[in-house]
Design a protein. Structure first.
Length: 396
């Protein structure tokens, strides 16, 4: 979006940068055109789940459907426009997710006429910048039953929020009471994997999962295997950023990126998870050589980690990779089916023999240099080292 608006300058002169507080004027004065509105409609439809009547607008400005159009929801007029589109395009919506949008105010909700969002009963405004409790008053006209506020400056007591929104039945992300009590929690009694049943369970899971995962065109079938609140986290070294999908979803803490960007790359919900999996390159996993480490097994939760190798097929060719992947599975009481609650994938490039030799050589040279430097320092300090006695050579 900014390619035509930025220039790269190479200069030896000192460049002074002046930062102006507030939102840029061109953003505030942007005109909402018919093309912009059409792109926003496409973004809404791609983010709507008919089955759950949920509209996920997390990081809405980054939706690919918007293309060249910039739609920051932290600007009131854009949020008002999107809310009006929601009432027209998805009038049956029952839950809206607005997390990670830099929202500073909820005032746009008060500008929506009563009845336009009549079916909305759950609002997720987590991970924004709402710091004033009075902002919640703008939600008073909505018939909300659930509100998620964690990750904001609004960290007030539950009673304070309920005084503004008394109709709420479920409130997440605030302190429950003013008095903090120290509650002693017993350690959970966990059963480690050791019997044949969990081992068969893991083997069957791996076989079932990878028959779809190793084929990009079949990864969409994995959606039903993920929990409704499932998360997917990817970690790769910076040296593998040439693969677009890795760069889009990499949450490696050693990779330079903001905390906001790293948080936004955590995929939440089966649709978001499977969408991310679908963008990963084709992988051919060597299942016969994987190692399995089972950490926990209870009646309702099972945690295990698999380690192995796969062949990656990307635009640059084929590459052999090491990987480690941890799964947290939870038993669904209603259907007695195990679903994936957490999926954590770490990909590591194969270390070639020449690279290992270079590292060993560099380490040896470093040790030699350190030894010579120490000897020079000792000589300057007039410290004499004991020399070993001469050993005469015995003729054969």
């Amino acid at each position: 979006r900014l390619q035509t608006k930025l220039n790269l300058i190479f200069s030896c002169q000192r460049i002074q940068i002046r930062v102006i507080d507030g939102i840029p004027e061109h953003t505030l004065n942007a005109v909402i055109t018919s093309e912009f509105e059409a792109a926003a409609k496409d973004a809404l439809h791609s983010s709507y789940d008919d089955a759950t009547r949920t509209l996920n607008l997390s990081r809405f400005h980054a939706k690919p459907e918007l293309g060249v159009h910039f739609c920051p929801l932290y600007v009131d007029k854009f949020l008002v426009g999107v809310l009006r589109l929601i009432s027209k395009e998805t009038p049956q919506v029952s839950k809206i997710v607005l997390s990670d949008n830099y929202l500073c105010s909820l005032k746009p909700f008060s500008e929506i006429p009563n009845g336009l969002l009549a079916g909305l009963d759950c609002l997720d405004i987590s991970s924004n910048k709402i710091g004033d409790l009075r902002d919640l008053q703008h939600l008073a006209n909505l018939k909300l039953k659930s509100l998620i506020v964690q990750g904001n400056g609004v960290a007030n007591l539950k009673n304070d929020i309920l005084a503004i929104l008394p109709q709420l039945q479920n409130l997440q992300g605030c302190r429950q009471s003013q008095n903090k009590e120290n509650v002693s929690m017993g350690r959970p009694k966990l059963k480690l994997f050791g019997s044949a049943v969990p081992e068969n369970f893991v083997n069957n899971f791996i076989k079932d999962f990878y028959q779809f995962f190793d084929h990009p065109d079949q990864r969409s079938q994995l959606e039903q295997r993920y929990h409704e609140l499932a998360t997917f986290s990817l970690s790769v070294p910076d040296s593998m950023k040439h693969v677009l999908a890795y760069r889009l979803y990499n949450r490696n803490c050693k990779t330079p990126q903001s905390a906001f960007a790293r948080s936004a790359k955590l995929q939440v919900g089966p649709k978001a998870v499977v969408h991310a999996l679908g963008r990963l390159p084709k992988m051919e996993t060597y299942l016969q050589g994987v190692n399995v480490d089972g950490q926990m097994s209870t009646a309702h939760v099972r945690i295990f980690t698999i380690t192995g190798r796969f062949m990656e097929y990307s635009s640059t060719g084929r590459d052999l990779r090491n990987f480690q992947r941890s799964f947290v599975l939870e038993l669904q009481e209603s259907s007695s089916v195990w679903v994936i609650k957490n999926d954590m994938l770490c990909i590591i490039p194969i270390i070639e023999g020449k690279s290992v030799e270079r590292n060993i050589k560099a380490l040896s040279e470093s040790q030699v240099d350190s030894g010579l430097e120490m000897a020079a320092q000792m000589e300057k300090m007039n410290i004499k080292m004991a020399t070993p006695p001469l050993i005469s050579t015995i003729p054969k």
